[in-house]
Design a protein around this ligand. Sequence first.
Ligand code: EPS
Length: 376
Amino acid sequence: MKLTTAGESHGKGLFGILEGLPAGLTVDIEEIDGYLALRQSGYGRGARQKIERDRVEILSGVRDRKTLGSPVTLAVWNRDYENWKAYMAPEGCDTSARTLTKVRPGHADLTGLKKFGGSDARNVLERASARETAVRVAAGTLCRQLLRALGIEVSGYVRDVGDVHDEGEYSFDSLCRRLPELFMMDRALQAQAMQFIDACAGQGDTCGGVLELRVKGLRSGFGSCMTYAQKLDARLAAALMSVQAVKGVEVGLGFQAAARCGSRVHDEIFYSEERGYFRTTNRAGGIEGGMSNGEELVLRAAMKPIPTLMRGLNTVDFATHETVRAATERSDVCAILACEVVLESALCCELAAAILERLGADNLADLADRYGRLPQ
Ligand code: EPS
């Protein structure tokens, strides 16, 4: 399975082509729109979200709400394009207006200009923008529906916002109680996190956070220890790191494992007639030897603060070489909830790809049959 996305932040829309989905999957379009709306929500978002009302339009690959096995084309149209077509239209437009040369530290602006040429960072930032993640959520939700048909569920929550840390441990089933404002689990910590975001906004600053992703119901043996490109942890880390602003990924104990002795890291193995092989801990986060081991997957990701700061950082104007404050128009102060939704989607896509690679199948019934025969 392969996903290709296209589209600029202020262009006509965002588009995705998903190749390799089996035929016969029932597509819940309302659920896709629901996740698109979730991605737009969250405390700390900026003015752009008041303009957009993201909805998916399926242009191919689905008939009467069932996949055909052909490439699925997804479109999420940009309402803001109406305000930008004079500067963005492929058919011809005024590229001398809305230029960006006060390149933003932390964004793709300067390095992209040096790489792709030209003098207007808009040609770079329009694609580098996290607006692209809208269509990844649409594709990811379709993959979520495939996973669900096999009995696999994906969820997650936000642990940290700025310097507010949640040290709690939460069962998969309790994650449905994540709070709507920031997807945190603890109301008191979330109130502190919202104050932190308010303080950042007051200073024209931005903040990031840490989120945890969980997968329940994945059987053992996905990924492989045989070649490095097939290792499931490597694949999932790459999928998560490919999302804008993600700067770190951990599996299970992650970085904490380095400071512990092996006896407090590795999950001991037990056996009983009723349960077969089992563990009483899951510090490995469900992956050993680059393969799913049948336990829940547990991954964490760190999102950096968004690089468009309303107060502007010191930079250099690409056109004049003068020292200036970096460009600002409008910005999200914190998009950690959106990042959580996007990373769940990226995880769904990569897991679906790994499953289809191992099991193949032209239609969902065959896929479900093959999956059902695997050991837990
Ligand atoms: C983004 C800048 C902002 C964000 C945008 C990502 O957009 P604008 O420049 O239009 O104000 O709102 O994210 C989205 C539009 C979105 O839907 O997530 C950037 O530069 O990355």
